[in-house]
Design a protein around this ligand. Structure first.
Ligand code: CS2
Length: 492
C-alpha cells in the first residue's frame, strides 16, 4: 500500500493534483467550525483554502466534530490534509486542501473546544450540524426546550452537548473574560438561517440567565447565508479512485460537483476574511437567494429522493435519467416554485434552473436518494411546505408539491412498494412509523394521520386546500406506485 497523504508526502504528489501554494505551517486559526463533515470540507474549507492561498494567513480553521471521532481519526494522521475531488462527466479534478489546521472531537475533550472558541484570535464560529443539530422545532423555528440535549445543556451548562449549548457557553465565557463575541455563521439549509440560529441560541442563553439571553440577542451577530454544493457521502470506491490519482492513501477524501456558491450577509463586527476575492457573494439580504436555492434545488431534491427511491432508483442521476422524472422536476420548478420567488434584478432564474437540472443529472456523482431522504421531518417545512403555503395564499394549485409531500409520507411508512423495509433515518422516525402503522395503507386515513405532525406542517395539516391534494397524490402513489404515478402526472 502506498504511503499516506500528509505534510511530509505533499511534495510527492503528481503535478496534476492541485495543492496549497501557501506556507501551511504559517497559517493561523481564525475560525472554529462545528460539524466538520463532508459538506464543510468541500465548501467553506475550500473557500478558506483559497483565502489562505491569497496570502491572508489568519483564516485557517479549527474543525470540531460534536459527535463522532471519525473525521478527526482519519485526518489527524494526515496533518489535517485531505483531497477534494471535483467530479463531472468531463473527468475528475483533484485538489488537496490545507485550511483545516486543527481537529477536535467535542465529546472527547469539551474543554479544548471551548478554549478554542474563546481564543480572542477566533473571530467567527461557523456551523454545519445539519437541520436537526439546532434542536429546534422545524415548523416554528423555535428552540425545542424538551429536547434531551437541551435539557442536558441546561443541567450542566459548562459541559455542553448540543451546538447551541457550545455557542452559549463559549459566548458566556468570552463575555466573562472581556473578549468580544465571535460572529456565528451558520451554513445549514435552514430557513432564515441566521435569524433562526440567533433565536434558538438566545433562547437557550435566556433559559440559563435573562441577562445572558439579552446579551446574545443584542450583542452577537448571526449573519444569514445561502450555501450550495452537492456533496455525496464518500464511498470506498471513491477512496480507491483518489488513491490512484494521488499515488498516496487518503483515508477520507470528499467528492463534490464542480459547482459551488456561497451568498453571505455582510455582518461581521470583528471582521472577516476577504471572501469577495474568492467568489463569495456578500449581500445585505440573503432571503431571496435562500428561497431560490431551498425551494428550487432542495425542494426538487427531496421530491426526487422520495419518489425516486420508491421507484427503485439508487441515485439522483439514475432518477433524472427517466424522462418523466426530469419533466416532473422541470414542471415543479416552473409551475409551482418559481411563481413564489422574489428575485433581485440580475438573477437569471431560467439559467439557474437549467443548470440545476444538469447538476442533478451529473453522471459522475453517485448521490444516493436514500441519503437525501434522511431527516425529512426537518427538511420538508422549508423545502416544500413553505412553498405550498405561499401558493395557497395566492390562490394557486399545488399538485406537484403535494406529490412530493405524498412521496415522503409513503416513504416514512417504512415499507417500500415491494413490501421490503426502508431504513428511515429521521429524529421523528419512530413516531411517524407508529402513526402510519395505526392508520394503515388507506390514504384517506394515512394522509391525515401524518398531516397531524405539527413539527412538519403546523396549521397547514388541517387546511383542506393542502390536505386534499396531498391525500389525492398519496392515494395514487399507494394504488399505482411511484414510477407509474410520475409517468401519469408528468409523463406527457
Ligand atoms: C440535499 C443537500 O441531502 C440533502 O438533503 O438536498 O445536501 C444538497 O445536496 C445541498 O443542499 C446542495 O447544496
Amino acid at each position: 500500500m502506498s504511503p499516506r497523504l500528509s505534510l511530509s508526502t505533499l511534495a510527492d504528489l503528481p503535478a496534476a493534483v492541485a495543492r496549497p501554494a501557501y506556507d501551511i505551517a504559517a497559517a493561523e486559526v481564525g475560525v472554529v467550525h462545528l460539524g466538520v463533515g463532508a459538506f464543510h470540507r468541500a465548501h467553506q474549507a475550500a473557500y478558506l483554502d483559497a483565502i489562505l492561498g491569497r496570502g491572508h494567513k489568519g483564516w485557517a480553521i479549527c474543525g470540531a466534530s460534536l459527535r463522532s471521532p471519525d473525521t478527526s481519526d482519519a485526518l489527524d494522521p494526515q496533518d489535517g490534509l485531505y483531497t477534494l475531488a471535483e467530479r463531472s462527466g468531463a473527468g475528475d479534478n483533484l485538489r488537496v486542501i490545507g485550511s483545516l489546521r486543527r481537529l477536535l472531537v467535542a465529546p472527547r475533550d469539551p474543554e479544548a473546544l471551548l478554549a478554542a472558541m474563546c481564543d480572542p484570535r477566533v473571530r467567527i464560529v461557523t456551523l454545519t450540524v445539519t437541520e436537526k443539530g439546532y434542536c429546534h422545532d422545524p415548523a416554528s423555528g423555535t428552540l425545542d426546550e424538551a429536547h434531551p440535549d437541551i435539557r442536558a445543556d441546561l443541567a450542566s451548562p459548562q459541559r455542553p452537548v448540543s451546538a447551541p449549548g457550545y455557542l452559549v457557553e463559549a459566548l458566556a465565557r468570552r463575555r466573562a473574560a472581556g473578549v468580544a463575541p465571535f460572529t456565528v455563521l451558520t451554513c445549514d439549509n435552514l430557513p432564515a438561517n441566521g435569524k433562526t440560529v440567533a433565536r434558538v441560541t438566545a433562547r437557550l442563553a435566556a433559559l440559563r440567565d435573562d441577562d445572558l439571553g439579552r446579551f446574545v440577542a443584542g450583542e452577537v451577530a448571526f449573519p444569514s447565508t445561502m450555501v450550495d454544493r452537492i456533496v455525496p457521502a464518500t464511498t470506498d470506491d471513491d477512496r480507491a479512485l483518489v488513491a490512484a490519482g494521488l499515488g498516496l492513501q487518503d483515508a477520507w477524501p470528499v467528492m463534490a460537483e464542480p459547482f459551488m456558491q456561497w451568498v453571505v450577509e455582510d455582518l461581521f463586527p470583528l471582521g472577516r476574511p476577504p471572501l469577495e476575492e474568492v467568489g463569495v457573494e456578500l449581500v445585505s439580504d440573503v432571503e431571496p437567494f435562500e428561497h431560490m436555492k431551498l425551494r428550487l434545488l432542495n425542494g426538487a431534491h427531496s421530491t426526487l429522493a422520495y419518489l425516486g427511491y420508491l421507484a427503485g432508483h439508487a441515485t439522483i442521476a439514475d432518477t433524472m435519467a427517466v424522462p418523466a422524472f426530469a419533466r416532473l422536476v422541470a414542471r415543479l420548478q416552473d409551475e409551482e416554485v418559481t411563481p413564489t420567488l422574489h428575485l433581485p434584478a440580475g438573477v437569471d432564474v431560467a439559467a439557474y434552473k437549467r443548470a440545476l437540472r444538469e447538476r442533478f443529472a451529473n453522471p459522475a456523482l453517485r448521490h444516493r436518494t436514500w441519503q437525501i431522504a434522511m431527516d425529512g421531518s426537518q427538511k420538508l417545512p422549508q423545502r416544500l411546505v413553505a412553498t405550498a403555503r405561499d401558493r395557497l395564499a395566492a390562490g394557486a394549485p399545488i399538485p406537484l408539491l403535494a406529490l412530493g409531500v405524498a412521496g415522503w409520507m409513503r416513504y416514512v411508512t417504512g415499507r417500500d412498494e415491494q413490501g421490503n423495509a426502508i431504513d428511515v433515518r429521521d429524529p421523528l422516525a419512530a413516531r411517524l412509523k407508529a402513526l402510519a402503522d395505526e392508520a394503515g395503507p388507506d390514504a384517506t386515513r394515512l394522509a391525515p394521520a401524518l398531516l397531524s405532525v405539527r413539527e412538519v406542517f403546523a396549521d397547514l395539516g388541517a387546511d383542506p386546500r393542502f390536505a386534499g391534494p396531498v391525500r389525492d397524490a398519496l392515494a395514487r402513489l399507494m394504488a399505482r406506485g411511484a414510477a407509474a404515478t410520475v409517468e401519469e402526472i408528468a409523463g406527457g
